[in-house]
Write a protein that binds this ligand. Structure first.
Ligand code: ADP
Ligand code: ZN
Length: 723
């Protein structure tokens, strides 16, 4: 690999130009530029940025601009691999060393480092102090220099954080060994205590501190009541928003059930929880990250270390236990800065379950904290204020409200005084001697003639029938609100008997008023979507191309390009490499590596749509052949092999195969038997009939990787056309 870093011989590039060259981005995100500048001046740093803020770039760009090697400490192997893949796809010399590598592989990577071909080395913390690694680091320092230590997920060093890792404490010894090398700590953890702990534990010296706002402006927050319709609403969310989504549930059982239900409804969804085997978990996660499956239904075990930037929605189908957890989990949506939605379903049943679980805690102190934390979740969910204001205030940040990006700001629910209704409700509870549940009380209020009412003589009560003016649903809304607001209690023995408390009596004595937020039935609202206009069709074509390229390289699609780049391509429809290079996310390397293929796909689309005057070709079966498909077809008809066609046209053999597959689907005379052995066709068809024809990877995996993607692609096309 030949990579050119800016050298003193050439005109120095501005930081913006470097950013564009290496990463393809046009501008820095808030804070990034200042951080990069501080890093270039060799300062220690503490960087606190929310998920998706763009922390990686803060150490990656300086690493490329400074002489020597930057050592990145990262807690999870999956995270390291992801980042290294993404860097390499930008043509940047990066590698990792961890326990998964053979001795030989390790040696060869060490050699690449000593040759100066690597600018960023990712390591696990425990490796830092190993017998083998320290002498190696000494050698690097002596020969090339170490430009910085970047400590990712630095909160792992703190016992006060949620992911304490004792190995992180060892980093301090490395700091002592190389006192002059700057240390940069990065985290998304929001609490002050952890921040202070990081500074102390890593012995940061007068660090440059950057604490970004925790506001995530691209996220739309909403809370919905959990009802019988919730599953339908969930399906609507999945369908309307599209793209990848995570659905969090409380328990393994909830996860399995919901995943099954979704699958039954034709949604591509997989479960993820601690009860699955390691290999199932890993494989489900990979399939999600690679877009082979749309939805991950998961417990909170899923998330840390998920770098997928294009998650378009996160749904909490059950209540979370604390607000910080909720913020972090919901925050896995929209890391790429594109619009994304966070929905929380509020269910009274969940609330009871969690309260019950908290009651089971042995340590009273722990119990108190858990109760308090859970109370904040309920406050958040029931609030009628701006959701952002509430979340950010939890992290000590002030937000003025009116964000217009949460349900409360978009449709402010009217508060109504329901004191009189509450008095009626509570006195019915009292008249029934606090021995019945909600439905029975409502039946009394509405004057029901059910057997149970008559059996207890409740039709004789003074409260019988005094609530006919309201529907059962309205009474239920009030009853729930009284419970939520703590104006009424309910037993947790499984019978949910309503019990009065001191506040109930205050209401009945008119010492307290009751206001409830009236939620009218609304249509399912979702984040603003791009209309299914032209751009959307092309966007989907480009997504498929991205997926195909990613599969061929065994990387997740977002490593090839983020959604925002594909959007920009679909809108701007670049025709030349120069135009292509202007798209945000297209750096020098990606221009050279992918430009041709994407431009080709865009041009094909334009020609088919008559968006630009292109070559119009003979029509067949209602489909127009593009110019490039036609060329391949003509060469193929002359009896040339895939390899020769690729050679002649200076395109990749895989592209020729894609053309042939498309031509087969368009009913062109291409004989599959000349391309794939009959026996092999049979096995592939059998596999398609098991897993469907959507995902090449799934077919490939089912066939135990014994058949090439090319073969599968061709047979799939034939299958689609003929069956
Ligand atoms: P964090 O580690 O803070 O969660 P990442 O470093 O993973 O965030 O960045 C989140 C996403 O934002 C990635 O997809 C990354 O490519 C993108 N990104 C980072 N900086 C920029 C920028 N200056 N312009 C556009 N996209 C950026
Ligand atoms: Zn708001």
């Amino acid at each position: 690999m030949s990579v050119s870093y800016s050298s003193s011989l050439t005109q120095p590039r501005s930081l913006e130009q470097e950013l564009k060259h290496f990463f393809g981005y046009d501008s820095f995100r808030p804070g990034q530029r200042e951080i990069v500048e501080a890093a270039l001046s060799q300062r220690d740093m503490l960087i606190v940025m929310p998920t998706g803020g763009g922390k990686s770039l803060c150490f990656q760009l300086p690493a490329l601009l400074k002489p020597g090697l930057t050592v990145v400490v990262s807690p999870l192997i999956a995270l390291m691999q992801d980042q290294v893949e993404a860097l390499r796809d930008n043509g940047i010399g990066a590698t990792f060393l961890n326990s998964t590598l053979s001795a030989m592989e390790t040696r060869s990577r060490e050699m690449a480092i000593m040759d100066g071909r690597i600018k960023l080395l990712y390591v696990a913390p425990e490796r830092l102090l190993s017998q083998r690694f320290l002498p190696f680091l000494d050698q690097v320092e002596a020969n090339l220099g170490i430009s910085a230590f970047a400590i990712d997920e630095a909160h792992c060093v703190s016992e006060w954080g949620h992911d304490f890792r004792p190995e992180y404490r060892q980093i301090l010894q490395v700091r002592d060994r190389y006192p002059n090398i700057p240390v940069m700590a990065l985290t998304a953890t929001a609490t002050d205590r952890v921040r202070a702990d990081i500074t102390q534990q890593l012995a940061l010296r007068e660090p440059f501190i950057h604490v970004a706002s925790f506001n995530r402006p691209n996220l739309y927050y909403e809370v919905r009541p959990k009802t019988k319709r919730s599953f339908t609403e969930l399906l609507q969310i999945i369908e309307k928003i599209g793209g990848s989504g995570i659905i969090y549930c409380l328990s393994r059982k909830n996860v399995d059930e919901l995943a099954f239900q979704l699958q039954q409804s034709g949604i591509s969804a997989l479960p993820y929880h601690a009860g699955l085997s390691d290999s199932d978990r890993a494989s489900n996660q990979t399939r999600f990250i690679r877009d082979d499956v749309q939805i991950m239904v998961a417990t909170v075990a899923f998330g840390m270390g998920i770098n997928k930037p294009d998650v378009r929605f996160v749904v909490h189908y059950n209540l979370p236990r604390n607000l910080e957890g909720y913020y972090q989990e919901a925050g896995r949506a929209g890391r790429d800065g594109e619009p994304a939605q966070c929905t929380l379903f509020l269910s009274y049943g969940d609330r009871k379950t969690i309260e019950y679980l908290i009651e089971q805690k042995a340590d009273p102190q722990e119990q108190r904290i858990a109760t308090q934390q859970f109370r904040r979740v309920i406050d958040y969910a029931e609030a009628t204020d701006c959701r952002r204001t509430i979340q950010l205030s939890y992290f000590g940040e002030q937000f003025p409200g009116n964000c217009n990006q949460c349900d409360n700001c978009r449709n402010q629910k009217p508060l109504e005084d329901w004191t009189i209704e509450a008095m009626k409700f509570l006195s019915a509870v009292a008249r029934c001697k606090e021995r019945f549940g909600m439905n029975h009380i409502i039946n009394v209020l509405r004057g029901s003639k059910s057997e149970k009412i008559l059996q207890y003589g409740h039709d004789k009560l003074s409260t019988y029938g005094i609530g006919k003016d309201k529907t059962a649903d309205e009474w239920k809304m009030l009853g729930r609100s009284l419970l939520h607001q703590g104006f009424l209690d309910e037993t947790t023995d499984g019978y949910s008997v309503l019990k009065l408390n001191a506040k109930s009596w205050e209401i009945m004595h008119r010492q307290r008023t009751v206001e409830i937020a009236i939620s009218r039935k609304e249509d399912v609202q979702t984040v603003q979507r791009y209309s299914a206009a032209e751009g959307e069709i092309l966007f989907n074509i480009l997504r498929r191309l991205r997926k195909q390229i990613a599969d061929e390289q065994f990387v997740p699609p977002y490593v090839v390009f983020p959604d925002s780049s594909l959007r920009a391509m679909a809108e701007q429809r670049p025709k030349t490499l120069n135009e292509f290079a202007k798209i945000s996310g297209v750096g020098t390397r990606k221009r050279d590596k992918y430009g041709k293929q994407f431009i080709e796909a865009i041009q094909n689309y334009c020609e088919e749509q008559g968006l630009s005057k292109g070559v119009s070709n003979s029509a067949n079966d209602g489909n127009l052949l593009s110019h490039t498909q036609l060329l391949t077809l003509q060469l193929y008809q002359q009896g040339l092999t895939v390899e020769v066609i690729a050679e002649m046209r200076d395109i990749r053999p895989a592209t020729v195969v894609s053309h042939l597959a498309e031509l087969i689907e368009m009913n062109q005379a291409i004989d599959i038997n000349q391309l794939v052995d009959r026996d092999r066709q049979q096995s592939i068809i059998a596999a398609i009939e098991v897993v469907g024809d959507n995902s090449l990877t799934q077919i490939y995996q089912l066939l135990r990787e014994k058949y090439s993607y090319d073969e599968i692609k061709l047979v799939r096309a034939w299958w689609r056309k003929n069956l």
